[in-house]
Design a protein around this ligand. Structure first.
Ligand code: THU
Length: 129
């Protein structure tokens, strides 16, 4: 993946983080998801006073993408304003791998950027097809 593409995703994930609604955890997350057709879908975490209704930034971006016809993904960037790098939760890994197994995962935080991939983060996923 091009460095300029990676930088663009990091920038967009941090932009999305500004819209995070996280008054309960005070842990703001932003996400930028690149689809195979070149579009970038962003998301932020959205919490709720009924805590279990909270949705992660990654699934907001993913569901926006699916609902707009993008079903194949190249890369995802998850950003937080913390010292510790973020990590995509298990539910989001499972939700994303349903659509694409080979996705570059970029984690961005105050200390910098680190890269992984979805297959490494979720080996032996549950898939019906
Ligand atoms: N969160 C995300 O948005 N993405 C993750 O991968 C992990 C957790 C959110 C959910 C909740 O609003 C806050 O972070 C604390 O768990």
């Amino acid at each position: 993946m091009r460095k300029s593409t990676k930088n663009k995703l990091v920038k967009k994930a941090f932009e999305a983080l500004r819209y995070s609604y996280s008054p309960y955890s005070k842990y703001a997350v932003g996400c930028a998801l690149l689809s195979s057709d070149g579009r970038v879908f962003t998301g932020c975490n959205i919490e709720n006073s009924s805590y279990s209704l909270t949705i992660c930034a990654e699934r907001v971006a993913l569901f926006k993408a699916i609902s707009e016809g993008a079903t194949q993904f190249v890369a995802i960037c998850v950003a937080t304003n913390t010292e510790n790098p973020p990590s995509m939760c298990g539910a989001c890994r499972q939700a994303l791998i349903e659509f694409s197994r080979n996705v570059v995962v970029i984690y961005a935080s105050k200390i910098g950027v680190k890269t992984s991939n979805l297959q490494r983060l979720l080996p032996e996923p549950f898939l019906l097809q």
